[in-house]
Design a protein around this ligand. Structure first.
Ligand code: ME8
Length: 663
């Protein structure tokens, strides 16, 4: 609560992005989603703080700047401008932008580091790893390519470097509780994976609970582009203490640049994608526990926008350049599409074709048509201003019921960071209103002089449905919705307060015909044009499938039905999935098989990031004799299909319960 204005406060953050390359549609998704939530909360009357920014230190930036012959600061200054330009273009209304190179942030991070050191949570040790001498870089085992340096391909050696470490063990138990017993993590289904993979709890022979959580390396001496440790200046603070602290330094924690820590902290929502979930779910709470500050309320973790099954990344960034998409379809259509496609916790695959079809179906045919038909009919039958006589009729109650119930549903979805569901719900009203036109047939009413009051009622109800939908949508599509308000003559009526009621517009409302809100796109022509644009940039919009990339496997000899019947195929849900230590191939799956937990090892590690499979329903052979691999007993075999790009796990529809048999 803000003491001065007595409004409830709401604090939401995006990750601070690395300015090591231009922003792409992945960064755009998180930022647009947070912007929409921030706008919605402002509309609800909250005093909102929406923070975004850039994470500007580190070896990678230092190297990129060196390649270009400029200083790291010059390098980041250039890219930060591109980030800011994109946010302006996407109509992102952030309240504060933090750069980790800002002096006030540097000052606070040094204080936080010192506090953790003084409390004994940070200690000096040695960082051991694989070191590439020519590149002067440490690598972890999993980063190596065929055991060699991933940058230059040369041999690496075992080496040690003096470094500071952050002790994680003192916080493990509280973090486990935070993840499993509170609603901090969204979706909560990811808690098992985090606990098993990182906290690694176990009970020793004396019945004491211990954790396998490793300490975190928090300083480096092999590069200089970072925040110096004040009491040991050859060290710079490494990555996470610098980056994660931004959420509080931006409010003035430990510095005099801002003064609203007391007002906004703890944050209501940190939104991130799954790549940095561990840092926000485990390390960030540990840091806050270490400095004895309150924990944020929620961590919302979304999946990745993928393209052809790969995570959208800087190297693929140009393929779906948000500037190009915005120019062609309008910023609001892009905002709508990416939010509508991403379900919290799951990946969303980007396809130009799906996007164009969605814009056509939902925006051009759905909402755009509803507005233009309604306004055109009011023009045609009443010269633009409705008469005040009314006559209720069939179908009204259903439309009005859906419209008045909508705001509470959308509130709930926004509260739970389920923006795709919020949009889906709003578009149910849009579809219902379009159906109401077909049911009430205003063009027939228009021919009958005695039906004028009924016709006016139908058109008024349509305007009201549009007002409710467009008011709620204005947080998601802030450029277009004011145009809708203008067309339907909503004036001051398009407020959040009014969005929960029906019958708010004046009875004699005047409409104003305007341009088409979302012009229809010719799919085939558009895809051709996109291909031409991207080819110019030496990138195809939808890369052509390679012909004969995949050779069909040879058939096996026929078997009798009785033999087939001996194989027990069942469905299970993946509870956790992790790489088997010291194995390049094996993934260890912990499954819910309907009767309890079952462990199966599968040789597909090179094709998956283990987190990708958590929560999925898979098929497996249940009655295969158990087999021990790398000291772990595997009970069964997960079915995978050879896809030409390696093995893909066969996934089964969510509606089937674990334990179900495949017949
Ligand atoms: O990790 N799909 O920065 P980063 C969806 N500096 N979201 C995506 C995405 C994709 N394909 N690609 C990126 C860092 N993102 C750190 C963060 S925070 C204290 C420090 C979004 O530039 C998503 O929000 O790699 C993801 O978590 C973030 O960008 C990673 O940005």
């Amino acid at each position: 609560m803000c003491k001065e204005c007595e409004k409830k406060t709401f604090y939401i953050t995006t990750p601070i992005y690395y300015p090591s390359g231009n922003p792409h549609i992945g960064h755009t998704y998180t930022t647009v989603a947070c912007d929409s939530i921030a706008r919605y909360k402002r509309m609800q009357g909250y005093d909102v703080m929406f923070l975004t920014g850039t994470d500007e230190h580190g070896q990678k930036i230092e190297e990129k700047a060196k390649e270009r012959g400029i200083t790291p600061k010059q390098y980041v200054d250039e890219i930060v401008e591109i980030f800011k330009k994109l946010w302006k273009y996407m109509n992102i209304d952030y309240d504060r932008y933090i750069r980790t190179t800002d002096d006030y942030h540097v000052e606070s991070v040094q204080k936080i580091f010192n506090t953790l050191y003084e409390k004994g949570y940070i200690y000096k040790g040695a960082y051991k790893g694989k070191y590439c001498t020519p590149c002067e870089s440490f690598w972890t085992e999993s980063q190596l390519v065929d055991g060699k340096c991933p940058e230059c391909g040369r041999e690496v050696i075992e080496a040690e470097e003096e470094a500071y470490f952050f002790k994680m063990a003192p916080f493990a138990e509280r973090i486990e509780k935070l993840l499993t017993e509170t609603d901090y993590l969204r979706p909560k289904t990811r808690a098992t994976e985090l606990v098993n993979n990182f906290l690694q709890p176990s009970v020793d022979e004396n019945g004491n609970k211990t954790y396998g959580l490793e300490d975190l390396c928090v300083s480096r001496t092999s590069f200089t582009w970072g925040i110096p440790v004040t009491f040991d200046t050859k060290h710079v603070v490494y990555v996470w203490i610098d980056a994660l602290s931004n959420y509080i330094t931006a409010l003035g924690y430990g510095n005099g640049a801002h003064d609203d820590y007391g007002k906004y902290w703890p944050a209501d929502v940190h939104m991130v994608a799954k790549d940095i979930m561990r840092f926000h779910a485990i390390i960030w709470p540990a840091m806050l526990m270490g400095i004895e500050e309150p924990l944020p309320k929620h961590l919302a973790v979304h999946g990745w926008i993928t393209f052809n099954g790969q995570k959208m990344s800087k190297s693929l960034g140009n393929v779906v350049d948000p500037f190009i998409l915005g120019e062609r379809y309008g910023v609001d259509a892009i905002r709508y599409h990416i939010m509508r496609e991403m379900a919290l916790g799951a990946d969303s695959s980007f396809s130009n074709e799906i996007m164009i079809n969605r814009i056509n179906t939902d925006l051009a045919n759905g909402l755009g048509n509803l507005v233009s038909r309604t306004v055109a009919m009011i023009d045609k039958y009443f010269g633009g201003t409705l008469p005040t006589d009314r006559e209720e009729g069939e179908f009204d109650a259903d439309l009005i019921g859906i419209a008045t119930a909508l705001r509470a549903k959308v509130d709930n979805y926004v509260e739970n960071t389920q923006l795709n569901l919020a949009l889906e719900e709003i578009f149910k009203l849009v579809s219902r209103a379009n159906k109401y036109i077909d049911e009430t047939t205003p063009w027939i009413l228009g021919k009958d002089e005695t039906k004028r009051a009924r016709l006016a009622t139908v058109l008024y109800n349509l305007l009201e449905a549009i007002r409710v939908a467009s008011t709620l949508l204005s947080a998601f599509m802030p450029t277009t919705m004011p145009k809708v308000f203008e067309q339907i003559g909503a004036g001051d009526c398009a407020t959040y307060e009014n969005a929960g009621s029906f019958g708010v517009l004046p009875l004699d409302v005047t409409v104003h015909r305007g341009e088409a809100l979302f012009p229809r796109i010719d799919v085939d022509k558009e895809i051709d044009e996109l291909n031409a644009i991207y080819k110019n940039k030496e990138l195809a919009a939808e890369p052509a499938e390679e012909e004969n990339a995949f050779e069909l496997p040879e058939h096996k000899p026929e078997i009798a039905f009785d033999d087939f019947e001996k194989v027990e195929l069942r469905v299970a849900k993946v509870l956790a999935c992790e790489k088997v230590k010291k194995s390049k191939k094996l993934l260890k799956f912990t499954l819910d098989d309907g009767e309890g937990e079952r462990i199966i090892l599968s040789g597909i590690a090179e094709y998956y990031d283990p987190e990708e499979l958590v929560g999925k329903n898979i098929a497996y052979v249940a009655n295969l004799a158990p087999r021990k691999m790398m000291g772990i007993e595997s009970r069964g075999m997960i079915l995978s299909a050879e896809s030409g790009e390696g093995l893909k796990v066969v996934t089964i529809d969510d509606s089937i319960l674990p334990g179900g048999s495949l017949v």
